[in-house]
Design a protein around this ligand. Structure first.
Ligand code: FER
Length: 204
């Protein structure tokens, strides 16, 4: 059977190993699937920094490389995974989610590529997130095409206003979304519980 597929994007200090250092992604997914609380899915955790040295040592200087990696994701990562694994290739079978810089990427790439992704999760979105009006140029199209848009943030997160600002913008334009605030800061506890919530809603 061909599977649905989630792409999970890391933060500014991370790389393709970061999600699995913060959260036991394999065990979390296995348990959710075993209990029928999530549908089986392939989870892809790529490096989100398109530059020659893609290690996590460039700090804030890497922000342009996070933007550039949109083409890596669309032109290389997705076609490669869909040709090598039994992954379905329609928008309803693709999710994109991420933490912090990866949440910004999720919103920047996902909301403007609704033909590619139908399920989006942005956890603790960072300042790379584009302005709400740029992200949602056509609220009616977003209403029609989005299967899930989950925004989460801890209220102790110094970047809270970014997620909240998008939530308010979406609400004013009647774009359905989940806005989930918890008591965490900008931390792995928040990202683990956000993934736990997102995985249960994705693809159904
Ligand atoms: C910034 C503050 C935080 C910023 C990026 C971040 C590009 C990202 C944080 C993270 O990914 O954890 O001003 O600018």
């Amino acid at each position: 059977m061909h599977q649905t597929k989630s792409h999970l994007l890391h933060g500014i200090g991370g790389d393709e190993t970061e999600w699995q250092r913060f959260v036991n992604v394999g065990a979390l997914m296995d348990n959710l699937i075993a209990d029928k609380n999530a549908l089986p899915m392939i989870v892809v955790m790529p490096n989100g920094r398109a530059q020659k040295d893609d290690r996590a040592n460039a700090g804030m200087g890497a922000a342009p490389a996070f933007a550039k990696s949109e083409r890596d994701l669309l032109d290389d990562v997705i076609p490669t995974i869909e040709s090598r694994f039994a992954a379905r290739g329609e928008r309803e079978s693709r999710a994109l989610a991420g933490l912090s810089m990866g949440a910004g990427q999720t919103l920047n790439f996902g909301l403007t590529q609704l033909g590619t992704f139908a399920w989006l999760g942005a956890f603790s979105a960072a300042p790379n997130t584009k302005a709400p009006a740029e992200l949602v140029p056509d609220p009616v199209a977003a209403q029609k095409q989005l299967k899930l848009l989950m925004l989460t943030c801890g209220y102790k997160d110094g970047l809270f206003n970014i997620s909240q600002g998008l939530h308010v913008h979406l609400k004013e334009r009647n774009v359905p979304h989940i806005w989930h605030v918890d008591g965490n800061g900008h931390d792995p506890t928040h990202w683990g519980s956000s993934l736990y919530a997102f995985a249960q809603k994705a693809f159904r």
